[in-house]
Design a protein around this ligand. Structure first.
Ligand code: NIG
Ligand code: FE
Length: 387
């Protein structure tokens, strides 16, 4: 069964053409065959297919690749958000209240919630999602979270080192022993990535290095949460260990930026966090000019960023972080794929996965220009129209 999407007014392929990283084509068409892209080119040259979809001049982009989320948790923290909007500061300590709610929830409750978030994301154009554990913080609970995440995505991240749970508050190094020992043993079979929150109030640089190295020794690849609440050495650690991504980067030093620019480590910016914690937005323009590869992700979680909307994050990145609409859409698609070291998503090219979004708009610029408006008309995931 082949499907031709034709009369695409603006097609974002993310295959560089004439110096345009978005590989933008006009009056284009895409052929899908068996879940993969089979052909991309001018609508006038399109092959015949079993089924034809007329885009009527609208824009098509790759499905969003959301490379940072925490979707398996119980409860919410609406009251904490309300207090923050009234002037209270965000502190990572709130994570512990979600840990209590998550431990109290059954697998079925967590699964239903998780699937609800994925549907919500799909409806907003996200076709690939990375999911972290981190609200269990015991061997059995972290194992549950990675197991549930692995039911819905291959991009599972073990984040047992999210914060030190209350029961280990007085002896955090013993918690690191647990994370790098029995917890890693239980979680590694379900995980592709190892992550740590390297920040004052969470884990120190030596503790973070231990966690990441233990994960690497078990075949997991590193990614790091760092420089969210203040500057620190987490970025340098991520680069030193060849992490695929360092995420947050709200407070970066010049040395951090230079190290990132000289590395293969992607910087994943999370505008929903600055939005809902009232922290300053990072200057993405400066980062891009310095040569840093930037991705955008939602960081969906009940504490610092309870949005699952990539279009919302794109709008903020353009309005408040100095990205052009083209850069923001690239960062939310190809950038996310780079942050996950994937070359089969975030791109529309022969052989890639047929994950595409048809917008109710003539150009991707509308994603930032019309914030809050549901512009996602059709979503194909592995070649199947799911929205
Ligand atoms: O990515 N930075 C640490 N972890 C989450 C926040 C989790 C929470 O507040 O529940 C984040 O922002
Ligand atoms: Fe996070």
């Amino acid at each position: 069964m082949t499907t031709l999407i034709t009369n695409i007014g603006e097609l974002t392929t993310n295959v560089v053409v004439d110096g345009d990283p978005c590989g933008t084509l006009t009056d284009a068409a895409v052929l899908i065959d068996d879940g993969r892209i089979a052909w991309v080119g001018a609508a006038a040259d399109a092959p015949v297919a079993d089924e034809t979809v007329d885009a009527a001049g609208a824009a098509v982009i790759p499905g969003f690749v959301d490379s940072h989320s925490h979707l398996v948790f119980g409860g919410d923290r609406a009251a904490e958000f309300e207090a923050r909007m009234a002037g209270q500061k965000y502190a990572a300590g709130g994570i512990r209240s979600t840990v209590a709610a998550t431990r109290a929830a059954s697998d079925d409750e967590l699964r239903a919630r998780l699937r609800g978030f994925l549907d919500e994301m799909l409806a907003q154009g996200t076709t690939s999602v990375e999911i972290k554990s981190g609200y269990g913080l015991s061997v059995v609970d972290e194992e549950r979270l990675v197991r549930l995440a692995a039911e819905v995505t291959p991009e599972v991240t073990f984040l047992g080192a999210h914060v030190v749970p209350g029961e280990y508050a007085d002896h955090p190094d013993e918690y690191v022993d647990l994370v790098t020992g029995p917890m890693l043993d239980a979680c590694a079979p379900y995980s592709r990535w190892i992550d740590v929150f390297c920040e004052s109030g969470a884990f120190t640089v030596p503790q973070s290095r231990r966690v990441l190295k233990a994960g690497i020794a078990r075949g997991l690849a590193p990614r790091v949460h760092a420089s969210q609440l203040g500057p620190g050495e987490g970025v340098q650690l991520a680069v030193e260990l060849g992490a695929a991504s360092i995420d947050h980067g709200t407070y970066l030093t010049d040395d951090d930026i230079a190290a990132l620019a000289a590395s293969d480590t992607v910087l994943t910016l999370l505008p929903g966090v600055e939005f809902s914690t009232r922290q300053p937005y990072p200057d993405a323009r400066r980062l891009i000019e310095a040569g840093v590869t930037v991705a955008l992700a939602c960081d969906t979680n009940p504490g610092s960023s309870f949005t699952s909307s990539m279009p919302f994050c794109i709008a903020i990145a353009v309005r408040d972080m100095g990205m052009t609409p083209a850069e923001a859409v690239w960062a939310a698609t190809a950038g996310g794929a780079r942050a996950l070291r994937r070359d089969d998503v975030g791109v529309i090219a022969p052989g890639s996965r047929a994950d595409l979004v048809l917008l109710d708009a003539p150009t991707r610029i509308h994603l930032a220009y019309r914030p809050g408006v549901p512009l996602v008309r059709t979503v194909w995931k592995d070649g199947v129209a799911v929205v």
